[in-house]
Structure formats: C-alpha cells, structure tokens
Design a protein around this ligand. Sequence first.
Ligand code: MN
Length: 484
Amino acid sequence: MSDLASKYELIVGLEVHIQLATESKLFASDSTAFGKNPNSNVSVITLAHPGTMPKLNRKAIEYAVRMGLACNCEISRYCIFDRKNYFYPDLPKGFQTTQDKTPICIGGNVPVSLKNGNEVDVTLNRIHLEEDAGKSIHDEDSSDSMIDLNRAGVPLVELVTEPCIESSEVAMSFLTEIRKIVRYLEICDGNMEQGSLRCDANISIRKKGDKKLGQKVEVKNMNSIRNVGRAIEYEFNRQIELKENDDSIISETRLFDANTGTTSSMRTKEELNDYRYFPEPDLSPFTVSEEWLKEIQNNMPATPGMKREKFISEFGLSPYDAGVLTDTKMTADYFENVCQKTTHYKQVANWIMGPIKSVINEDDSDEPALPITENQLVELVEAIANGKLSHSLAMKKVFPALVDSEKSIAELLSELDVETVSQDDISDVILKVVNAFPDKVKAYQNGKKNLLGMFMGEVMKQTHGKADPKKTNELLLEALEKKN
Ligand code: MN
C-alpha cells in the first residue's frame, strides 16, 4: 500500500441479488428454466395483462428463510410486499414487487476467514424477497433494443450488508462464502456469469480517524468475484486521487469494465427516480408460523460452517483440512460418504485434498466431476492400510488407472501387477540378500549403519519395488542384527 493510501480507510457495503432455484416464478406458474427461447417462459401474469392477479410461491419464502437462518438473521413473522414504481421497457407492470418496510430477514452476520488466518464478521442489514426484471438486449440488432421477459418475475432474494467491509479481500471472501452457502442450501446455483448471483458495491473512503462516512459511489456490472475485488481497488484509488486534488466525489452509479479494470459514470443519483414505494394491494400479507419455521429449519441442508464443525469434531480433521474439504458441497459430501465406509479419515482427506482435487481443478467443464467413485476411494485407502499396496505405487500407478474407470482395486492390483509382496516373500528375499553380502553385514554390525540403505535398495530391486518399505525396513533391521 502506498503512503497516500495508508492515510485513508475504505468502506464498502454490498448488495447481492440471489436468484432462487424454484421451478416457477415468484407470482406465476411460468417456468424459470435458464437458456430457453426468448419470451417463451411468459404468461399473462408476467406480461401484466389487465385483470391478472399474482399468487405467491411458497417455495420462494422457504428458500429465503433458509438463507436467513444460515446468515443468523431474525426471521420476520409478518410480511407484506411493496410496489417499487419505475418505468423501464423490461418491466411490463411499471413496478417491481419487492419488500421495503418488512424484509423477511432482519440483521444477521456472516463470518469469513482471511488469508492471514483471521476471521471477521460481515454484518447484514437485511435480506428481502423480490422479483427479477426482464432483460434488455442491446447488441443483437444495430438499430433496436430487444426485450426478453423470460427472467421477469423470477424470485430473488436481495441481501444487503452494512457498510462494514474494509478491504477488497473481505468483500471477495464474503462473496465466496455467500456463494458456498447458497449452493449448500440448494437455493441457487451461484453462477455469477449467468447472473444467478449478482453483486453491486457501495464504495466510499474517509481519512483515518474521521467518524463520518464519505460520499458513496455505487458500482454495478461485475460478473465475477475477482472483478468485484478489482472494482473496489480501482474505486479506492480513484476516490483518494479526487480527495487529494480537492475534487468532490459525486454520488453516482458507475459501471465496471472488466477489460480495462476501470469504472465509468453511468448516471448520477440526482437523475434517479423517486420510487414511491407503497404496499402491494393485490397480495395479502403472509405470515411465517412457528411450525412452518421449525419445519423449514429441520429440513434445511447443512451449511458449510456446520459441515466444517462436524469434520473437526467427528472425524478429527484440522480446521485447515476441514476448510479445504468443505470448499465445495461436492467434495464435502464425497468425504462424508466415504467416511461412512472406512475409518481412515485422515487418509481419505489427504487423497481428496491431493490427487483427487488436482484432477478436479484441471477439469474445465462447468460441472467438474469426481474422478473416482466413493467405493474406489474406500478400497484404495483400505488396500494401503492393510499393506496390500504401497503408497508410492498407489500414487504412481493405481490412482491414474482408476481415474474415470469402473474397475475395482482388486482388478487393478492384479492387472497392473502391483500387489505388495507378502511378508514371507520379503523375508526370503532379505535372507538371500544378506547371504550374498557377508562383508557388508560385518561392516554394518561394526557400526557402518548407513549400509542399511544399500540393503534396502537390493531388496527393493529384487521385489520390483512392490515390498512395503516400512515392513521391509523392520524385517531387514531384525535380520542384520541377528546374523552372525
Ligand atoms: Mn433489488
């Protein structure tokens, strides 16, 4: 950080829109499927024909409550919807149905861990339910804009943090955690490129020691977590420069350009609409009863935090290992299922964090798959633990052959001829080797202990590397001491 930057503090608040993975829209039975032909997921309700009435999708409320519980929010028991009035071509109703005064989730906090090992809490202001707008497409036609209303009415929750985020790292860790949470809860696919998860950042600076918040700038259009970090860094430096030159920071909305890494003005806040929120008269208030809340809580999938705790307490993993394994729901579920079938937990963890993860990381597809099945991993770990297979041959030969194959470990052991030599066979080879080098045995017994390596090498050579090194070492020491 430059000297100049160290005089200032960064303050960021985030607004995250999360598209809920319900099958139908928030107030209509239209499908929410992504990638369909434009304007095929539309009904008279989505198109706002006169006389149509919205009907609330209960699944969306359940998903919003799950998110609230996972983020330690207070859940509102009595909610109404509000109309947020503005005109835009992708909004046929002329208003967005949202929650203004009575968000379904109030307050809350999300702990995030940083690279230096510290943990910080990001405080939430609220999470509310609302519908999405359609999509204007400006780049398909040279003279006209086009409108696709498939997305209009798709349920969203909007999560709003307090202005409490003090670095781009905290912002990025927070978004990574939110994406993890929504995937674990199975309420959203968390895909930022397709827009299922969207983030706007309110960014301001102030001189260190100042109490008052500076003028904030809103940045939109960041389609990856990394770009949120880049936009925050860029804004921090841009605003410092303005301050240092005694220029004023204008309250405005700016767009981030991923190619240049810069932001540019889209509109100033003066031009913004007064939304004139008012209660939606076509929807009756809804309540979340004690029973319903309990039911949602009881049927809710575990959060990443709950899984981490469980891996530490139940399987004896270190916090670090538990963190790596719960990085994705896929590896967390995989680890947990495998550990139902073997008790070599640490070995299972090591295989997943090492060779298995590196295969997954090389997979460029949208949904990388697990390279070996649960049963294959169980058999692999057991074979090594039982001394049937050496760890090095497992890494070098068996694992690569297992990837994307349906073979069992037993089949591969004989096919690749890697099964470890039995203890009796090792003893036979050791006897042969010891008898072949009587002088060296004498020297060893007279103190040249480093000759052990040479004996080990001989035994390994004659067993083609298939002797278990630990066992061989043990038997060899015994034989060398005994021999006279
Ligand atoms: Mn919103």
